[in-house]
Design a protein around this ligand. Structure first.
Ligand SMILES: Nc1nc2c(ncn2[C@@H]2O[C@H](COP(=O)(O)OP(=O)(O)OP(=O)(O)O)[C@@H](O)[C@H]2O)c(=O)[nH]1
Length: 294
């Protein structure tokens, strides 16, 4: 007990600049442990809030905002545009109920210098991840992203006992589109299909390109009946759409397979059933929606 008091006394006599220096060294070490942007901001806010009694921090980057708060009402603020070697790294604003003095702002800027490199690395890492998860032709999610998303959705369904469905769709006679109008026209049809899918889907749905001329949609909180209504809507939209390339109009239809999550299903069970239904839709004449209830 006595020992503890002596230590506290000694550290409180330590010059502020030395303490800040030590804080910054430890902050750098902590920030180096993560490439996750949200986690970095969390670490930084926690340290800055402790040191300067900051109440709230807002970080904005490319239209996305993150706010961390201990007290929502603070009204005094200081704002920083973050930039490193010519690269914009967003904007950071701190809020406090009392005005921040010049020394405190100085301290904060010192802490910002510990944040800037890890922040740049996290932004680059996120951009690389985003790129790896997108289909380069259509811009929608690819199979790798779908795998991760389906895994997350299955975990949620498990926890909240809500329905979830999957639609798989495949453009009909797509080889003929390529053979008749050329590969570039085929690419244009694939891009327009992705756009139609995004238009028909809700915000919470997850459209993706599985590969080739095969696409899919994960539909959270949707049972087989709801999913087949969306699939039918999409089927009609594709059938009536005037796919166009270089002045040519390309008629195109798609076949659909729908499956709904059942307890104990793995990702591959769910996808296999949708695929089986899609196969049957192809076998029985194409341009139709079939459900596999398992
Ligand atoms: N333009 C273009 N074509 C692609 C792409 N990926 C796959 N394909 C083509 O898609 C065609 C798929 O042909 P098939 O598997 O025979 O299927 P299909 O002609 O659609 O016939 P069904 O599915 O039975 O209705 C092939 O010609 C592939 O070369 C792509 O990224 N761009």
């Amino acid at each position: 007990m006595v020992e503890k008091n002596i230590i506290t006394l000694a550290s409180s006599r330590e010059p502020r600049s030395l303490k800040l220096d030590r804080l910054n060294q430890s902050l750098i070490r902590k920030l180096q442990t993560s490439l996750d942007l949200a986690e970095l901001l969390d670490i930084f806010f926690s340290e800055a809030a402790d040191w300067l009694s900051i109440d709230r921090m807002k970080y904005s980057y490319q239209g996305r905002n993150t706010t961390l708060a201990r007290n929502e009402k603070a009204r005094h603020s200081a704002n920083y545009g973050l930039k490193l070697e010519g690269q914009q790294l967003g904007e950071l604003t701190i809020f406090r109920s009392s005005k921040l003095g010049a020394d405190e702002l100085n301290d904060f800027e010192c802490m910002l210098s510990a944040l800037i490199y890890p922040l740049r690395n996290a932004i680059r890492y996120q951009a690389a991840l985003d790129l790896a998860m997108r289909d380069p032709l259509t811009g929608i999610a690819n199979k790798m992203a779908m795998d991760g998303q389906l895994q997350r959705e299955i975990a949620l369904v498990f926890r909240h006992a809500e329905p979830m469905s999957v639609i798989m769709l495949d453009l009909d006679f797509f080889k003929m589109v390529n053979d008749t109008y050329g590969h570039m026209a085929g690419d244009a049809v694939l891009m327009q299909t992705a756009t139609i899918m995004q238009e028909v889907c809700r915000e919470s749905d997850f459209p993706f390109r599985f590969g080739g001329e095969e696409f899919g949609i994960i539909l959270p909180k949707t049972d087989a009946e709801g999913a087949s209504i969306i699939a039918e809507r999409l089927r009609l939209k594709i059938e009536s759409h005037r796919f166009s390339f270089n002045g040519a109009t390309i008629p195109c239809t798609a076949s659909f397979g729908v499956s709904a999550y059942k307890p104990e299903d793995t990702r591959s069970d769910l996808l296999s059933r949708a695929d089986r239904a899609l196969y049957k839709a192809k076998q029985s004449g194409r341009n139709k929606v079939l459900i596999d209830l398992g």
